[in-house]
Design a protein around this ligand. Structure first.
Ligand SMILES: Cc1cc2nc3c(=O)[nH]c(=O)nc-3n(C[C@H](O)[C@H](O)[C@H](O)COP(=O)(O)OP(=O)(O)OC[C@H]3O[C@@H](n4cnc5c(N)ncnc54)[C@H](O)[C@@H]3O)c2cc1C
Length: 424
């Protein structure tokens, strides 16, 4: 499909994640025609993805059809398509099916995925968490491991089925470890007859020296203590050197485990490659201070697929608020340019960092103010509910959390997409 040339300025936005959607929202009222392209039909609230993976929330509670979100915006056309390249000279986005979409201004917001540090062969044994499919795959693996342990007579094989390894102790690794421990300790014990799910081992392996390395030392120490009190075994300073169907090798030791989850390392989308643009070691496109791609003043890139420095010379973190701020800035700059003006460079404002540890605790770093424990958990919960889209999802997530707290029940304990070949 080649779109006919049109009078209003044509903005093409690739990716309807936090950065792309915010750009689209903030361009409302501007004299532009927008084409928003995404290879998925939904916008995903990734910060709560681990709760789908651990059976706490249903997929529809954290994702929304993109078309639905933009149904009232007549100037926005949504395309469900995979972008495969960019012809910057012809000003065209190339789609996988051979079609092209012309643009006057292009915004790339294609995000990132997990990276295996050159060991892509580990992915089938240690899947990561980025999409809804990843989350339901992990949920299936975790729940099937308990089911198979229930029927396993051999003690060693049963122990391997009841060992859950998480690699990487950043916020996602910590949140997964704490919630799997909760699942085994509180939710599942009464439902099984032949195993004691409380004996399940949750092992968090971190190559560095502390959990939540992006947080201040005292909050990171608190997170470690809290994880240990939930029964999570945390291993430091020993990078994983192999992942297989049988388990992991770290620090020269083999740990038999049938469920391994990868929560270490990211790799940006192929946006830099499409434009042959400069990138860092994680393939993040190095954008100019006004978030344009070097040598391409009509192409912007925002969010996890980019790297840019903040006012102190530190890289802007790969988190949702940063992607949203960048999307907001790019929309303002496009509007300013259409009026014949411009804007000063992008400035990132860090509002704070939050991470949950198990179902009742969290840590929050607001810079001068640092919070931990139950108070931090309440703020964490309210903030996440606030950032969800729509009243129905907010109510539904709040109710699911009340149920988990009051009854230890996780409503989304469903094994879907087959069951047999995931935990040997
Ligand atoms: C498990 C997990 C937990 C997280 N927790 C937090 C948290 O607690 N707090 C926080 O602030 N941040 C968190 N993050 C990070 C946050 O989600 C990202 O920083 C944010 O999503 C980045 O926004 P983005 O727009 O750059 O990319 P994304 O939101 O990833 O959106 C990219 C979009 O581009 C689309 N796309 C990619 N390639 C193509 C293509 N070739 N063609 C068409 N479409 C394409 C994708 O389908 C996707 O919709 C978490 C991330 C993960 C994975």
């Amino acid at each position: 499909m080649t779109m006919p040339p049109s009078q209003p300025h044509r903005v093409v936005i690739v990716g309807a994640g936090f950065g792309g959607l915010e750009t689209t929202y903030r361009l409302a009222g501007a004299p532009v025609e927008i084409t928003l392209i995404d290879r998925r039909n939904h916008h995903l609230f990734q910060p709560l993805l681990y709760q789908v993976a651990t059976a706490s929330l249903a997929t529809s509670e954290i994702a929304w059809p993109i078309r639905y979100l933009l149904r009232d915006r007549r100037e926005v056309t949504t395309l469900f398509a995979n972008v495969s390249g960019i012809d910057a000279q012809a000003r065209q986005v190339q789609l996988e099916d051979g079609a092209t979409v012309p643009y006057d201004t292009l915004v790339l917001a294609t995000g990132a995925r997990h990276a295996y540090f050159g060991h892509d062969e580990w992915e089938p044994f240690a899947p990561g968490l980025k999409t809804l499919e990843d989350a339901t795959t992990l949920r299936r693996r975790i729940l099937v491991a308990f089911e198979r342990a229930e029927r396993e007579c051999d003690p060693e094989r049963r122990a391997a089925l009841l060992t859950f390894v998480i690699i990487g102790a950043g916020p996602t690794g910590v949140e997964l470890a704490g919630t799997i421990a909760d699942l085994a300790q509180d939710t599942l014990p009464r439902d099984f007859r032949h195993i004691d799910t409380r004996k399940a081992r949750v092992v968090l392996i971190e190559a560095g020296t502390r959990v939540l390395a992006g947080f201040p030392d005292d909050l990171s120490a608190y997170a470690l203590k809290s994880l240990q009190s939930l029964g999570v075994e945390v291993m430091f300073g020993e990078p994983v050197t192999d992942c297989s169907a049988d388990g992991v090798v770290y620090g020269g030791k083999k740990l038999e485990a049938r469920t391994i989850i990868w929560a270490a390392g990211v790799r940006a989308s192929r946006a830099a490659e499409w434009l042959n643009a400069p990138a860092d070691r994680a393939f993040r496109l190095k954008v100019e201070p006004d978030l344009t791609v070097p040598g391409h003043p009509d192409i912007f890139a925002v969010g996890d697929t980019t790297t840019v420095m903040d006012a102190e010379g530190n890289p802007v973190p790969g988190i949702a608020p940063a992607a949203k701020q960048q999307g907001r800035y790019v929309a303002s700059l496009i509007k300013a340019r259409l009026r014949g003006g411009t804007l000063p460079p992008f400035r990132y404002k860090h509002a704070g960092s939050l991470a949950q540890i198990g179902k009742r605790l969290a840590v929050i770093d607001f810079g001068r103010i640092k919070l931990r424990g139950a108070v931090a958990w309440w703020i964490w919960g309210i903030a996440h509910i606030y950032f969800l889209i729509g009243l129905r999802n907010r109510l539904s997530v709040a109710l699911s959390w009340v149920w988990i707290h009051a009854r230890n029940q996780r409503a989304a304990r469903l094994i879907t997409q087959g069951s047999s070949k995931v935990a040997r």
